[in-house]
Design a protein around this ligand. Structure first.
Ligand code: FMN
Length: 364
């Protein structure tokens, strides 16, 4: 029997009760600019677990302070962060959902204001120097933050930061870790020839440009428990077909390289490396075709998650039933409707397959 949206997904020793994941979404809501979660993070994440999603992922959580997009981003660079996040993971698990964390470094796209404050680069005392594979700032209408080319020591320090973050994430009670290598942030900047002009072992051809991500995946896998899944989010394409850029073919090859290192699922997103990108469509399921290509063309058995424009239960269910992906990753629709998964179960006549909180029983 083929799987559908409410068939549990087994990854290693972890079972997701259904195939709906809350996509990582920055909340820019750390009040003291210290990377510590607030009541907002608790409410935001736990209410999506109450809403029935099988997996709830945090926003991009910075492995070091310099890796935050904005000063208000969440972080996991100290034990205090792990302690504070433990309350959230406990509450997510209590709802029968699996808590996941996105481990992130913003690279040259760090040091910006929150979107609702304009999103411009912060260049004064409040900002900070960013690091990237090459000393080229992200081209921004409002100027740019100074960007330094990473030295060999910087590369080693970033690998260590991801490893330490993974150890802390496990202590905080997360059961899935996702390495953020998409959307033009640090690891994507290494992958793409648009942003990586290094001449050392971390630049050049495909092997060199993918080296840092492969090393981080191996390092995180060493400290991440054998029973717990490891995801990697990529931008399947740079959407810059007119120049030497990252392509879907590169993504398929990358999936084949990451699976043997212990990566269990490719979370397939797109774009973000350069403002010149041309997105062919932002309609329903606009990135699904890339997930399907990776799923059908990879030689490994890595699982695949599709994200982008998934807004209806039927669409999410069809994705799984038709074998285009193993996980339906839902972002903005979860902001509109924290109970997306319960609504989907009701609409697809699958309420027997979800845990409706007893307090809400009469509503579903
Ligand atoms: N993607 C990430 O990988 N990490 C993030 O922290 C992140 N923050 C986001 C914050 C907001 C408010 C939104 C709307 C999107 C963010 N994204 C982030 C992208 C989403 O995870 C998702 O890939 C994108 O919104 C497309 O999916 P959707 O059409 O279901 O919203």
């Amino acid at each position: 029997m083929s799987a559908d949206l409410f068939t549990p997904l087994e990854l290693r020793g972890t079972e997701l009760p259904n195939r709906i994941m809350v996509s990582p979404m920055c909340q820019y809501s750390c009040e003291a600019r210290d990377g510590l979660p607030t009541d907002w993070h608790h409410t935001h994440l736990v209410s999506r677990a109450v809403g029935g999603a099988g997996l709830v992922m945090t926003e991009a959580t910075a492995v070091e302070p310099r890796g935050r997009i904005s000063p208000q981003d969440l972080g996991i660079w100290s034990d205090d962060h792990a302690d504070a996040l433990a309350d959230i993971t406990d509450s997510i698990r209590a709802q029968g959902s699996v808590p996941a964390i996105q481990l992130a470094h913003a690279g040259r796209k760090a040091s910006t204001k929150r979107p609702w404050e304009g999103g411009d680069p912060i260049t004064g005392d409040e900002g900070w120097e960013t690091i990237a594979p090459s000393a080229e700032p992200y081209p921004h209408d409002a100027g740019a933050v100074p960007t330094r080319e990473m030295t060999a020591d910087d590369v080693a320090a970033v690998i260590d930061a991801f490893r330490d973050a993974a150890v802390r994430a496990r202590e905080a009670g997360f059961r899935v870790a996702e390495i953020h290598a998409a959307h033009g942030y640090l690891l994507h900047e290494f992958l793409s020839p648009v942003t990586n002009h290094r001449t050392d072992a971390y630049g050049g051809g495909f092997e060199g440009r993918t080296r840092l991500l492969r090393e981080i995946a191996s390092t995180v896998r060493e400290v991440w428990p054998d029973d717990d899944p490891l995801f990697v989010r990529i931008s399947a394409t740079d959407w810059l077909p007119d120049r030497d850029s990252w392509t879907v073919e590169d993504s398929i090859r990358l999936a084949d390289d990451l699976a043997p290192l212990g990566v269990d699922l490719m979370d397939v997103s797109g774009g973000g490396i350069h403002p010149d990108q041309r997105i062919p469509s932002t309609g329903p399921g606009y990135q699904e075709r890339y997930a399907r290509r990776i799923k059908t063309e990879t030689e490994s058995d890595v699982a695949v998650g599709a994200v982008g424009g998934i807004t209806t239960p039927e669409q999410a269910d069809a994705l799984i039933r038709n074998g285009r992906g193993d996980l339906a990753i839902v972002g903005r629709e979860h902001l509109r409707d924290p109970y997306f998964a319960l609504h989907a179960a009701k609409q697809l006549d699958r309420l027997d397959d979800v845990e409706v909180p007893p307090q809400y029983h009469r509503a579903f």
